[in-house]
Design a binder for this molecule. Sequence first.
Ligand SMILES: [Zn+2]
Length: 323
Amino acid sequence: MNYIVFDLEWNQSMTREWEDARMPFEIIEIGAVKLDSKYNIIDEYQSLIKPRLYKKLQPHVKSILNYDEQELRNGRPFDMVCREFLKWCGQDYTFCSWGSMDLHYLQMNMEYYHMKPLVSPLKFYNIQQIYANLIDQEHLIVKLEKAVENLNISFDENRPYHSAVNDAYYTSLVFGKMKPKDVDDLYCFDTYNNPKKKEDEIITFHKKYLEHISHEYSDKREILDDKDFSSIMCYKCGKKANKKIKWFSNTPTSYTCVGKCWYHGYVVGKIKVKQTKNGKLFAIKTMSPSDRKGLEKVKERQNELREKRLIKRHDKIKVKQPL
Ligand SMILES: [Zn+2]
């Protein structure tokens, strides 16, 4: 199995009113590096794309790129390049990218050009996330440049950043330098084509967490009401865990809970609510190991939110009182 480490450059509309909602971000370059299973670079791919929608480069995009509109005019149409790229990828490969947006925009552009969708569910490696986990900063968004520097990977002056193929090259070096243990366990699923029906739902057991990607719902209440989805279960054995803190809304788009498995101890659950392309909702639930400290932390957070809500309500009542 090969790794296809790829990166895209994209442009957007100069003004909101000229934006096409089907493709707000138009890919202008595809770059990729093919690695064998030992992280050796075996091939590279690069191609510029002649834009169809946004022919002028948005100022920020223009400022970071190493080429301009003139060069893009010599590029080839997206569908032609994308077909060539997918053929170059070969038969047995897994996509890898810095973050999850590249895969999202690749599919969005493919859909705009009525191309056949990629296989679903689509496994990939998010190298940015793997790096963040390595340095124990699960929620940190690390820039590629920073990771290259921190891992003492030498910067090649002939390969400046913000060219898709060079960014793919550095991403592949980061991947190779990390040589993550249990690499087979570190994949995640792309959700551009989220599961539509219950039977398409994705449930995966990783070594340190369990992930459940739901089908579509019309509103948020349905998510927690769906006991098949919102059950508090152990990340390891998959059995129902004893409820310690039931689901509560942590942010407008997330819920948290704590349970305890008789065999494997405390587990903390998180649900993230996401919007689908057609305005519906789906959710991603993860269950991971926790401990007493974790339980107390979640309790604290819940109390903090309760207090905030009480203060808000109190303020409202005060406003309503006649003078
Ligand atoms: Zn268990």
